[in-house]
Design a protein around this ligand. Structure first.
Ligand code: 4AD
Ligand code: MG
Length: 463
């Protein structure tokens, strides 16, 4: 007999017919006359109830089916007598695939997320993580669909590079050299390394993305990026996934329109396609989740120049608002508490902050005529802070190389990049969305380590 997924069994109207389901036991209750087993196979947050007549199997086998065990059940799909489900399965025969001894770390309900992180290989089997990773999958589909439908090409940029796209120096080196030997010899010979030069894992696909956009018109990347920043926060990972669209002939206003339309599309997609999982998270994780998601798609994002933002923060501080990092005035980089103040308390909706001081942003951003600011367009979100970092790119060869020189960057490493400005340069713009920050927002989870299956953070690379 062919297996039916639990999600399909629960939707089925084919009652009083034989059915075969397979999955993991979520709970097992016994009474004298009948046993109830809640079975889940990952296809939905919901369990199917198996109703087992104890006389149909040995007492010992029946007792051995504990939380976490893997079984198959053949039976008849029937209308449910009980509350909470419309159908259930009257079991005829149960096959045990794998018993689950009672030291199973996910056995108890209500364990803390911190505890479960130690068991990232098993936490996937819990309701919360099942919901989170089904939503994560759905968001990936939404992203590809959005860009495909809007005429963008999916463009793959290298993971191993010789350049620092953000110029922030937070890179993981990639080498096949024997470091112990280098230490003994007291020198490193990069000519002898695999690529014949020093290389690292990419911090962003943007620079190569610009090569794609200035040929194909509009591209997007969707891949892992790596940052060796020693940030132990609920919003930073050393390995995270980023979506980076890059578009030729796009100006700042069009870029902000795209950022807003894209992110609203993703949130709407979740509301339409992940209803059961969101309802669960709304109940268990964040009572305001659905409300927050709905309000984000309804309201226009505020568009706020950095200079105005600083004035608002200075005013708040003057009026007694206590920031952990005091607002020091124009030129300061914003911490997430400042971003969240603007979004959550001042405007009460998402903010696109624009025109940042040159000194706190990357070298490639287009300079404004004031000589002090650049055309950055970061999107700041409730609960998250910065969710998107974007900008119009400097397309002028002379201005770009002057900025690189001012920052002490080695132009020789970026010759290929500068060729876009040398040969048929065009105005263009793009942004990067942190995938896990989007998942954090959509799921209501608090810690970024809980929205990627196997998180990589300082001192933690298990699994
Ligand atoms: O602001 P960032 O550093 O911008 C870039 O990398 C640009 N090259 C993007 C572009 O214009 N194509 O990073 C973009 C986004 C951030 O807004 C944030 O959502 C996410 O990536 N991000 C991180 N997410 C998790 N862990 C980290 N350590 C992150 N660093 C950035
Ligand atoms: Mg940024």
């Amino acid at each position: 007999m062919k297996r039916t997924k639990v999600v399909d069994a629960l939707r089925s109207t084919d009652v009083n017919k034989d059915i075969l389901v397979k999955g993991w036991v979520r709970s097992h209750r016994s009474s004298k006359a009948v046993d109830f087993i809640a079975l889940n196979d990952g296809s939905t947050i919901k369990n199917i109830q198996l109703v087992v007549d104890p006389s149909t199997m040995s007492e010992e086998d029946l007792k051995s089916i504990t939380t976490g065990a893997c079984i198959a059940c053949e039976g008849v799909l029937v209308e449910s007598q009980g509350k909470g489900q419309s159908v259930e399965i009257q079991s005829k025969n149960i096959t045990i695939y794998g018993l689950c001894p009672n030291d199973y770390p996910m056995q108890k309900k209500g364990q803390s997320f911190e505890y479960m992180r130690k068991y990232a290989h098993l936490r996937l089997r819990t309701n919360t993580f099942g919901a989170v990773f089904r939503i994560r999958h759905n968001m990936a589909i939404a992203i590809h669909k959005y860009f495909h439908d809007h005429g963008f090409y999916y463009f793959n940029t290298p993971l191993i590079t010789a350049s620092d796209a953000e110029g922030a120096g937070q890179m993981f080196q990639v080498t096949t050299l024997d470091l112990d030997r280098c230490a003994k010899e007291g020198k490193v010979d990069y000519d002898a390394d695999f690529f014949g030069r020093k290389t690292n894992l990419t911090v962003s696909g943007q620079l190569e993305g610009e090569l794609g956009a200035t040929a194909l018109g509009a591209i997007y990347t969707f891949g892992p990026t790596f940052r060796a920043e020693n940030s132990n926060t609920p919003r930073h990972l050393a390995e995270f996934w980023m979506i980076e669209p890059e578009i030729a002939f796009m100006d700042k206003d069009e870029l902000m329109d795209l950022e807003e339309d894209f992110i609203k599309y993703c949130v709407r997609w979740a509301l339409e396609n992940c209803q059961d999982d969101l309802a669960f998270l709304n109940k268990m994780i964040d009572k305001h989740l659905l409300e927050t998601l709905q309000s984000v798609i309804k309201e226009d994002f505020v568009r706020l120049p950095y200079t105005e933002g600083i004035k608002i923060l200075e005013e708040a501080q003057k009026n007694g608002h206590k920031f952990e990092f005091p607002v020091t005035g124009w030129g300061m980089d914003l911490a997430s508490e400042h971003e969240r103040y603007l979004v959550e308390e001042h405007f009460k909706r998402p903010v696109i902050m624009t025109d940042y001081p040159t000194e706190i942003k990357a070298f490639y951003m287009k300079k404004n005529p004031d000589g002090k600011t650049m055309q950055g367009t970061d999107v700041l979100f409730p609960r998250i802070g910065e969710i998107i970092g974007g900008s119009v790119r400097e397309e002028d060869y002379g201005k770009l190389t002057a900025e690189m020189e001012r920052r002490g960057m080695d132009e020789a490493n970026y010759k290929w990049y500068l060729d876009t400005r040398k040969y048929g340069s065009c105005p263009h713009a793009g942004f990067g969305l942190g995938f896990e920050r989007l998942i954090l927002f959509v799921t209501g989870m608090q810690n970024i380590r809980d929205v990627i299956p196997f998180p990589r953070t300082p001192k933690n690379a298990e699994f």
